[in-house]
Design a protein around this ligand. Structure first.
Ligand code: UDP
Ligand code: MG
Length: 334
């Protein structure tokens, strides 16, 4: 824990908002919404957070009854609220939309998936760390026992690769985290369209710590992150956090250049000494190898050019189409 500048916060002064992205989760929400509410009420009763703390569901353009369920929940209990994105934009944008919605009215937020995989009980330790002065609290998985061997190994490889690329990410941390209001407000200043929150939050700074938790199986439904989407997220993570791949290509280019100079000298020398033979296969090998390397290099550079293209457009990162409580955005109760 970074203990510099840490100052204890007053209990009972803190309005918490739990931000929960949901996409096609009609089978999950009826089960987990009660668990979230119970946890919120427990923390209110323990005097850790204010009575007007609440849970904000962000419907990420679901096509099933998710929004209907959220609206019903909001009618049943004032601790439930919801916003809805105009269309599906993906988990990262849904989390961002929720954080931007609450940044001015909440003192702290906790983001968590709605499928019950992340241990809801870990919020106690997270809020305690906040009360002790931390601004960012990362929920970190204590083990990956519930994962398949494949997911475990690929995840580990990904973290290794990211740290090799010089990106500062917290090992085994997904998007279960607590942020103070000032971190959310700082996050609002990062205008990038290619979002990778796990990599952005450490860049913001402030005092941080982590809380270990057990990750369970989904309570119902199935994951929205198949291998293809996981790979896309990994690629986004690397290219939005690091330009090292481009530098590696430059390095590779220099090595290839040196090798080809040696090759040219060798070819000229053998020609001069009259040893030339029909070198079809060796020529083909060299052409294929260099062609392949060039294509990969172009692809990597293209990946960055594409990102620049999207960033220069500066399109909105989320669009909210509905709210369960219309005055929510303007209110500021402190
Ligand atoms: N989610 C979302 N938009 C999407 C896909 C997923 O808001 O396009 C939400 C989903 O409802 C869940 C969280 O993001 O609360 C994590 O998704 P999921 O559980 O499918 O991923 P996994 O835990 O398998 O990585
Ligand atoms: Mg999940």
């Amino acid at each position: 824990m970074d203990i510099q500048n840490i100052k204890q916060r007053n209990r009972r002064d803190n309005r918490l908002c739990i931000v929960i992205p949901c996409y096609n989760e009609q089978s999950v929400l009826p089960i987990t919404s009660g668990q979230f509410l119970a946890q919120l009420n427990r923390m209110i009763a323990a005097g850790k957070i204010r009575e007007d703390s609440y849970i904000l569901f962000v419907d990420d353009g679901s096509r099933d009854d998710t929004w209907k369920i959220i609206r019903e929940l909001a009618q049943q209990d004032t601790h439930f609220r919801g916003i809805r994105q105009s269309r599906n934009r993906g988990h990262q944008n849904a989390v961002l939309a929720g954080l931007m919605e609450v940044k001015d009215s909440a003192d702290l937020s906790i983001t968590i998936d709605c499928d019950g995989q992340d241990d809801i009980g870990a919020m106690d330790a997270m809020v305690d760390a906040y009360l002790n002065g931390c601004d960012v609290v990362y929920g970190v998985r204590s083990s990956r026992q519930t994962d398949t061997f494949f997911k475990r190994t690929t995840a580990q490889l990904f973290y290794r690769l990211l740290s090799f690329m010089g990106a500062d990410v917290v090992y085994n941390h997904a998007d279960y985290r607590l942020l103070s209001a000032r971190v959310m407000q700082s996050l609002a200043q990062y205008r990038e369209v290619n979002l990778y929150l796990r990599g952005l939050i450490p860049l913001i700074g402030f005092s941080c710590t982590s809380v270990p938790y057990e990750r369970h199986e989904r309570v119902a439904g199935k994951s929205h992150y198949p291998l293809k989407k996981m790979l896309a997220l990994a690629l986004d993570g690397i290219t939005s956090l690091s330009t090292k791949p481009i530098r590696m290509i430059t390095g590779m280019g220099f090595v290839m250049l040196l090798m080809s100079i040696v090759g040219i000298l060798w070819a000229v020398a053998t020609r001069l000494y009259g040893y030339t033979i029909d070198g079809w296969s060796s020529t083909m090998c060299v052409i294929l190898l260099i062609g392949g390397i060039q294509l990969v290099s172009l692809g990597v550079i293209g990946e960055y050019v594409g990102k620049i293209y999207l960033e220069t457009k500066d399109r909105p990162r989320y669009i909210i189409s509905d709210r369960t409580c219309e005055h929510q955005q303007t209110e500021k109760q402190k």
